[in-house]
Structure formats: C-alpha cells, structure tokens
Design a protein around this ligand. Structure first.
Ligand SMILES: NC(=O)c1ccc[n+]([C@@H]2O[C@H](COP(=O)([O-])OP(=O)(O)OC[C@H]3O[C@@H](n4cnc5c(N)ncnc54)[C@H](OP(=O)(O)O)[C@@H]3O)[C@@H](O)[C@H]2O)c1
Length: 351
C-alpha cells in the first residue's frame, strides 16, 4: 500500500538527519516515534491481520511453501514468536520451538497442538544467553534433523537492568544479537545444504535510534544505558542480516530483518507497561507476526535478501547497515567478543 510506503519512509527520513547528530538525536527519535506510532495505530485499524494471515496461509498451502520443510523459531513460547510458529506449523513446516524455559515451552507446545490440530511442532532447549546452550542445541538439532529451511531469530530481551550472559557479555547485546550470531553461523552449513532457505532477524524501530554500533555500550559497564543497549542490539541484527545477505549471495540462503511494530507482549516487562495499557495501545501478536510471515510466505519476497521490512514492506535500513565498512567492523568486533568470552576463536563456518 502506497500510504504505508510513504509513512515508513517518512519515519526514516525524520530520523536520518539526527542519526549522527549527538544532542539532537533524542529530538529526532521522539518525533519519528510519535509519527510512527500514529501511523501504526491507523494501520492497525485498516489492516485485518487475521484475514491477511489467512490469505498468506491459503496461498502457502496452495503453493506447498512449507511442505516437508523445517523451521526454527527462537523464543517461540510467547508473543510474536508463538504466533509465527503457529502459522509456520499450519502451512506445513516442521516447526521447532527453541525456548529457554522448558516449562513455558511445554505449555506452548500443548497449546499449539490443540489450537492447530497438528503434530508438527517440536520443543528444544535453547538459551541464547549461553554459548554452551547454543552449542548443545545445534548439536542436538543436527543429530535429529538433516535439513533446515528457515531460521527465525526472534527471541529477545528489552531494556533490562544491567546483567550479563553466562559468559559475561552485556545481556541485551549478548542475547539479542551475539546469541543469534553464534546460532546462525553454526547452522549455516545445514541451511546452505537445504537451500533455498531463509534467515529472518527480529529487529525494531529501535534500530534507527543510535548513531551506529556503540562498542563501549557493550564493553564498558559504566556506560550502560537500558534503552541504548537495546537500540544497539537491534541495529546489530539489521547489520547482521545485511552482512549475511552479502556474504551468502548465490548460496540459496536469503537474510532479512524486520520490525514487527508495537505489539502487546511480555517484552515490555522491564519498562513497566502493564498488559492493560499495552492491549489498549498496541497491536496483537497476530498483527505482530505478519511482517515475519510476509517475508517467509509471500511469493513476491521469495528471493528478496538484505532488506529491512516494516509493515510487510521493505524500507530504508539505518545507514550503517548499508556500509560494508561498518558491517565488517561489527563482524570483527563480534568475533573478538566471542573469542574473549569463550574458547572458540570464530563461529563462522564460511569465512
Ligand atoms: N513487542 C514489540 O512491540 C516489539 C517491537 C519491536 C521488536 N520486537 C522484538 O520481537 C521479538 C519477540 O518479542 P515479543 O514482543 O514477542 O516478546 P516476548 O513475548 O517477551 O518474547 C520474547 C521471547 O524471547 C525469549 N527469550 C528471552 N531471552 C531468551 C534467551 N536468553 N534465550 C532464549 N529465548 C529467550 C523469551 O523467553 P521467556 O518467555 O523465557 O522470557 C520469549 O519467548 C523480540 O526480539 C523483540 O525485541 C518486539
């Protein structure tokens, strides 16, 4: 829809002049957030997300998009990940719910089976905040399955007080981005073997909010800021998808990032937004999963790679994501972090 294209671009162009501009950045961010939120509210009113999802399901079933295929969704026990997994299962993907809390994962598995009447869901344990857990997950996955067609890097934490991963990395960057970096790299061999295959990273409007990747936010605890650390992790996910798209050109693997919009979920638990307020202001998780599902199931995006999607359309990504220099710097920084915090030098399988 043209109006959506216009508003997606407007939000970007409001942020754009402020992105590198220090003290005025907050002003740009607030203005862009306000306009984005107003349009999101209008978009919610004019979009029947249930109907759109049913359309995607119907065409995917007709085209056999998910038939005989395997998908992993991280953080699938709740929120956007749950609804994403549900639709993937409905269109035929054998869908793995990669969850850190197995009790919540079991509940989600039971509920998904009941709601869909299908048995093609599987629960596996994955804590993105632990390299050991990620390695174990990958080993078990490869023992159980010979192929992988879709990896949805959805799990995440938002604006929590300072904390660290099992290996001592700042928690938001460590979980949202580095955890998915390690997971994705370790699965690239099987994704490549199974091509065409897809990687989708869950980012956010937050990816527009910092000047670029801020290394000090990750390495210097005294610089920690709950919001900026979240922005940093969500921008890193956009750069990561763009880098993967570039490095994996011609391999049959596509990589994109998406912003799901404002969605009522548990992610806001550290900001103190009650469920009641969220339900009043934000979209539901059916709407929240729509952009991920469009990237995966909509035939027009079958070969799209290296893009950043908002409201089911590709739009402008933060300029850092288009800079090969900044992409490579982030990749190098990530490898350094992993080496420093583990006994593995690199998790890259294609470098
Ligand atoms: N909701 C929004 O408005 C919004 C906006 C922009 C972007 N996003 C992004 O959308 C994604 C999904 O979030 P959501 O809104 O659906 O929130 P959510 O319901 O809280 O889902 C987050 C999921 O991530 C899991 N998770 C957290 N830490 C993990 C770890 N260390 N290892 C494995 N899984 C972990 C959570 O597991 P537990 O249940 O065990 O905590 C949960 O299943 C996130 O990446 C978020 O940043 C959301």
């Amino acid at each position: 829809m043209l109006l959506t294209t216009f508003f997606n671009a407007l939000v970007y162009w409001i942020c754009r002049p402020f992105m590198r501009a220090g003290p005025f950045q907050v002003f740009g961010n607030l203005t862009a957030s306000y306009i984005d939120f107003c349009y999101a509210t209008f978009y919610k009113l004019i979009t029947n997300s249930q109907k759109e999802t049913e359309k995607l399901i119907a065409s995917a079933v007709k085209n056999g998009t998910g038939k005989g295929k395997i998908a992993i969704v991280t953080g699938a026990n709740s929120g956007i990940g749950y609804d994403t997994a549900k639709v993937l299962g409905q269109v035929g993907y054998h869908t793995i719910l990669a969850c850190r809390n197995l009790e919540l994962g079991e509940q989600a598995l039971t509920q998904l089976t009941e709601e869909t009447g299908r048995e093609n869901f599987e629960l596996m344990s994955l804590n993105l905040a632990s390299f050991e857990s990620i390695n174990k997950f990958v080993e078990e996955f490869k023992e159980r399955h010979g192929s992988l067609h879709l990896l949805v890097n959805n799990g995440g934490v938002c604006m929590c007080p300072y904390s660290t991963t099992a290996e001592g990395l700042e928690l938001q960057f460590g979980t949202n981005y580095v955890g998915h970096f390690v997971l994705t790299n370790a699965l690239l061999d099987v994704l490549r073997r199974s091509g065409p295959s897809k990687i989708v990273n869950l980012s956010s409007l937050a990816s527009y909010m910092n000047a670029g990747i801020d290394r000090e936010l990750v390495t210097d605890k005294s610089k920690y800021n709950q919001s900026r650390a979240y922005y940093n992790s969500k921008l890193a996910l956009v750069l990561f998808a763009a880098t993967l798209a570039r490095k994996l050109e011609g391999t049959g693997i596509t990589a994109n990032s998406i912003n799901p919009g404002y969605v009522a979920t548990n992610i806001f638990q550290h900001i103190g937004l009650s469920a009641k307020i969220q339900n009043m202001l934000f979209a539901n998780t059916v709407m929240g999963s729509l952009t991920t599902l469009a990237v995966v199931l909509d035939q027009q995006y079958a070969n799209t790679t290296g893009q950043y999607f908002v409201r089911c359309q590709p739009t402008y990504a933060h300029p850092s994501a288009n800079s090969i220099k900044e992409q490579d710097e982030l990749w190098g920084f990530t490898e350094e972090l992993i080496a420093k915090h583990s006994d593995r030098r690199s998790y890259g399988t294609f470098l």
